[in-house]
Design a protein around this ligand. Sequence first.
Ligand code: PRP
Length: 219
Amino acid sequence: MPNDKIIFALPKGRILDEVQPYLDAVGIVPEPAFYDSSSRLLQFKTNLPDMDIIRVRSFDVATFTAFGAAHLGITGSDVLEEFDYSDLYAPVDLNIGLCRLSVAMRTDEAAKDNPKSWSHIRVATKYPNLTRKHFAARGVQAECIKLNGAMEIAPSLGLARRIVDLVSSGGTLKANGLSEVETIMDVSSRLIVNRTALKTMPERMQGWVEKFRDAAKKR
Ligand code: PRP
């Protein structure tokens, strides 16, 4: 039943280790290549004839699912906040991928700086919308330079004095001579559902929402 297949979009990278116990708990077993990061496949079969998985970047999980190319997905609350897609429903907090989105700058500058004095700042970030909104709320105009990774080298090379990026252990900031000066939001991964799929396949979609909700409660 290929036209009836549910496409489940999952994020690639470190987070997959935390996603795997959820898949086990809800009874989804991907084909072995899915957990092999050297595999060039992008779409994977599962033990369920009516479900395939795709493995994409977490930002793209939200986009595939918002446009209905995927029906279900797992992505971070940071990504949901950045895009603010109205076609996504995020019913379950999976309590994995825990980290925070923070403003950071060079440690030597942070010591002398007073965030309350900012009026116009330049920020290197993967999150331009969220960053602008965050600063606009307190009257600071943030000029954002969009990067897709390695934000941490921007301050030392003079691209921007400040960055907005995810912080987990803080190791990447420290290794690059940066310090957090402000936390914007705490982040965790969410189960997301395309709203049209929820209307057209209510039982199947609600069934998966309930399974993930139960699995989240049992953790
Ligand atoms: C994230 C984030 C930071 C780092 C923070 O990147 O963008 O660079 O992790 O983690 P830490 O505080 O534990 O050092 P990730 O390695 O996930 O890859 P990415 O740059 O592709 O997003």
